[in-house]
Design a protein around this ligand. Structure first.
Ligand SMILES: [Zn+2]
Length: 172
């Protein structure tokens, strides 16, 4: 697992960059992300799996190459939401990580830009999750609370910063 190095200031800059890129794409009919292959069409990003091989061929001929906002965020170590899990009991960890993975996969299926970009266990044993959409952070927090009866604390930023979600497991 990689180390997470993020600062709110750089996050703000990146969010703006990602949004600006979307704005620039407003005038673009078709684009393909050169990292993940997502397709920009009708003013939003879509999974490439949505298209047949023939359609993808045609799209690639017409599209310009861009990097989608989620890949920019992953590349630059930035995110829209942090989830911190405290006091995770050793014997619940596998079950917990399976749930997180499952939630992440489902979110990604629904929205190609919605991703868990990093899961890291810190030296103090807290687990940190970084996600590319703030709603995914909130959803992770709520579902972890429901499944494990943890506490749930959600702090929305003032302005452009990331949402911070903390779930603390009860000591048994
Ligand atoms: Zn991408």
């Amino acid at each position: 697992m990689k180390r997470i190095i993020q600062k709110i200031t750089s996050l703000r800059i990146l969010n703006k960059k990602a949004k600006k890129q979307d704005f620039e794409l407003e005038g673009v009919g078709l684009a393909v992300c050169s990292v993940c292959g997502a397709v920009w069409s009708k003013k939003s990003w879509h999974h490439k799996e949505k298209y047949s091989e023939d359609e993808l061929e045609q799209i690639k001929n017409k599209a310009i190459k861009k990097i989608c906002p989620a890949c920019i965020m992953e590349k630059e170590n930035l995110c829209e939401g942090f989830v911190t899990l405290k006091n995770v009991p050793e014997d619940k960890k596998d079950e917990l990580l399976n749930l997180i993975e499952h939630i992440g996969e489902r979110a990604y299926k629904n929205d190609v830009l919605c991703r868990i970009s990093k899961i890291e266990e810190e030296r103090n044993k807290n687990i940190q999750i970084c996600v590319t959409e703030n709603q995914l952070a909130v959803s992770l927090g709520k579902q972890i609370k429901n499944a494990f009866n943890s506490s749930l604390d959600i702090s929305w930023p003032e302005g452009d910063g990331p949402v911070r979600v903390v779930c603390e497991f009860k000591k048994e």
